[in-house]
Design a protein around this ligand. Structure first.
Ligand code: SUG
Length: 417
């Protein structure tokens, strides 16, 4: 018997983590361009978040940083420091840490062949992210190699932008039951790029063989994209029968809620009104880039970044929410400041896969002992800090490669060397 549970696969922050300001429309990343980064602290913050979720009794997995710098990509572009420093920074980016952008996942109960389908995201809108997918795909094929339980797909062709689970929500009475999959796309032509194209969402749904009656395609509010919500998961998060969303997340909010509740009658919508938390405050605090989790106790918990506690309107709204009798019963605060400074909150750092943990390659599953081993290798080999002026330097590149190599040795994942 398969035991289907939600497994969060967090991206371990890579040793090349830096602030190069590569993501137009991502206000935090743009604001912090040129700041000194702290890769070691960043990775330890991420591991601490994973530990907390395991302590709650939840299944936890992780993905490895990709090989950086990606010199093959730079060669293909015929670029170097003297011709295009932004491309060099792109070759060094640790952006694969945001695994919500690794793939779109349709769990087995939603698919006709009863396997969990994953389509690796092409991430074509941002050059520094567009070269992630081949190495991400190699990792997905390894972690989910058991073809009796998983089907891993190639990316959507590059004519349409696909950003993976960051623009996808799933509703179900419980994770292991058949669900409604909601794909949220942006319309092109606004101030900032709309990264998820409707065509890409529809291709993914078809490739996964989803029942059209169990899918919705919803437009993101163009105002949200213009306010810096470059992914829908910056303004909305779903878990089982709950949608937690900003009032301005969707182009047609009421139509979206009605369509969801018509197909999935138990769904409760927790909407945050704009006069309590503005779009700007939602984007700067990352209130919605939270992990909404169902621990074994059944009491739904919202894991928010520290920045939410520092925002008076956000914190006061959360207190009022807890004082009421809504479905979200706990709020927990985590420090992921290093990732946040590049526009990646608790939800960006994880890919949700509903599956039986016993079917996943155990090398990608985490427990407390392995977390300690990760902490050791990070503490010993991850650079303490990176000044953006050093991005591109050979000696730093050697340190970064050595750090990843040590990690692979510790985990015994030689296939990705
Ligand atoms: O794609 N930041 C990422 C953040 C991704 C957040 N993911 C989700 N919302 N799911 C991005 O914009 C910044 C890198 C830099 O500028 O150096 C960056 O890529």
């Amino acid at each position: 018997m398969s035991q289907l549970v939600e497994i969060n696969f967090d991206g371990l922050v890579g040793p090349s983590h830096n602030y190069a300001g590569l993501s137009l429309g991502n206000l935090a990343a743009t604001k912090n361009a040129g700041a000194t980064s702290y890769p070691r602290a960043a990775a330890l913050q991420g591991i601490a978040k994973m530990r907390r979720n395991m302590e709650r009794g939840l299944a936890q997995g992780f993905f490895l940083p990709l090989p950086r710098p990606d010199t093959g990509w730079l060669e293909a572009l015929a670029a170097d420091e003297s011709t295009d420093p932004a491309l060099v920074a792109g070759a060094w980016s640790a952006s694969s840490m945001w695994t919500a952008n690794a793939a779109t996942v349709s769990p087995a109960p939603d698919t006709p062949d009863g396997t969990c389908h994953l389509t690796v995201a092409n991430l074509v809108t941002m050059p520094h992210r567009a070269h992630e997918w081949p190495d991400t795909l190699a990792q997905l094929r390894l972690a989910f190699a058991d073809t009796a339980h998983f089907t891993v797909h190639d990316p959507v062709p590059p004519c349409f932008g696909d950003e993976g689970a960051a623009n996808h929500m799933r509703f179900a009475p419980s994770h292991g039951e058949q669900g409604l999959e909601v794909f949220v796309y942006g319309k092109r032509g606004g101030r900032f790029p709309a990264r998820q194209h409707e065509e890409a969402s529809r291709i993914v749904a078809r490739k996964h063989g989803l029942d059209p009656a169990q899918c919705l395609f919803v437009e993101q509010n163009p105002d949200a994209i213009a306010a810096g919500a470059f992914h829908n998961d910056v303004v909305a998060v779903a878990n089982e029968n709950v949608l937690f969303a900003h009032a301005q997340a969707f182009a047609d909010p009421q139509g979206t809620y009605d369509a969801i509740t018509a197909r999935c009658p138990g769904v409760q919508v927790v909407e945050v009104p704009a006069d309590r938390v503005s779009l700007a405050e939602a984007v700067s605090s990352y209130l919605f880039n939270a992990q909404l989790l169902t621990p074994p106790s059944g009491e739904m918990t919202l894991v928010v970044p520290e920045e939410c506690r520092e925002s008076a309107p956000v914190w006061s709204w959360l207190q009022d929410m807890l004082a009421g009798n809504g479905p979200i019963r706990h709020v927990d605060v985590v420090d992921v400041r290093q990732s946040m400074a590049n526009g990646g909150g608790p939800a960006c750092l994880r890919l949700r896969v509903v599956a039986d943990p016993a079917r996943v390659d155990p090398r990608f599953m985490l427990d407390a002992d392995k977390a300690s081993r990760l902490e050791e290798v990070v503490s010993q080999y991850w650079p303490e800090s990176i000044d953006t002026a050093d991005v591109g330097k050979d000696s730093l590149a050697a340190d970064i490669r050595r750090a990843r190599g040590k990690l692979l040795d510790v985990l015994g994942i030689t296939e990705l060397a």
